[in-house]
Write a new protein. Sequence first.
Length: 295
Amino acid sequence: MDAVITYVNGDDPLWIKDYETYAGVPLQTKRYRDWGTLRFLFRSIESNMPFVDRVFLVVARESQIPEWVNPETVKVVLHKDFIPADHLPTFNASMIEMFLHRIPGLGERFLYLNDDIFPVRPVYEDIFFRKGKPAKKMHVHFFALNPFRQLCRHSDRLSRKAAGKIPVPYYLRPQHSITPMLKSACEEAFSRCEADIMATLTPVRADGNYNQYFFSDYMFHKRLAISKRISHKHFSLALTTPEKIYAFISNPSKNFVCINDVEMTQERYESFRDAILKAFAMILPDQSRFEIEGK
């Protein structure tokens, strides 16, 4: 089974120059800030998800590749390798997600991870695939009262069109966790709505975008996937403390944790960052095969 990680180092001066040249909107710190946790994501995959054979690290450009990443064990993929050239550069995670199934050499079964989601306890692959079918909890909603829910609703409506379903007053929102995918189903869904998707691509997030939920919803509508909750803890840094996150990572009660960044003062950011890095360093002290030894 493969794993795909999308990563941005918002401190990279070359990437910042690209953003300032092409994005056309101010840089949002919370969306692109690098917390220094990527190496612990790789360590947690090796320690807690040993069934993962290959890890693909998706970055915008060569300058985004951390110096410690082992090129012999990590398959680094640049945006230009799988996203149409006339839509680059892009700084829109939702757009990038629409093309992940086109990553060269990607296997049929793969897991998609944002770089803020970490496996913190040992798990088995049948958490993600039950009898060959991707498994993830699908929530039902009627109202979309914020931009993210509107994105979910928009993606679900297109997935119903791709699956040949009639419109309904509600929409699905997949659980925000690691996403199991079938490459062939993603290809099929994309081909059925390619014109709709291509017409909405933007370099930064905007109304009318679709995201990865389009593929999860499509698989569920086509009965290629099942609804099954993944053991997962979500932290919004607006609603917690460094002490609580440290305590959870040190002794997790769920299999996965998502740490969601928000706008905050530099002092508060440093407090959270130090607590998170200290906790991960305690539970994952050893280098993984994905790191260059000694770096």
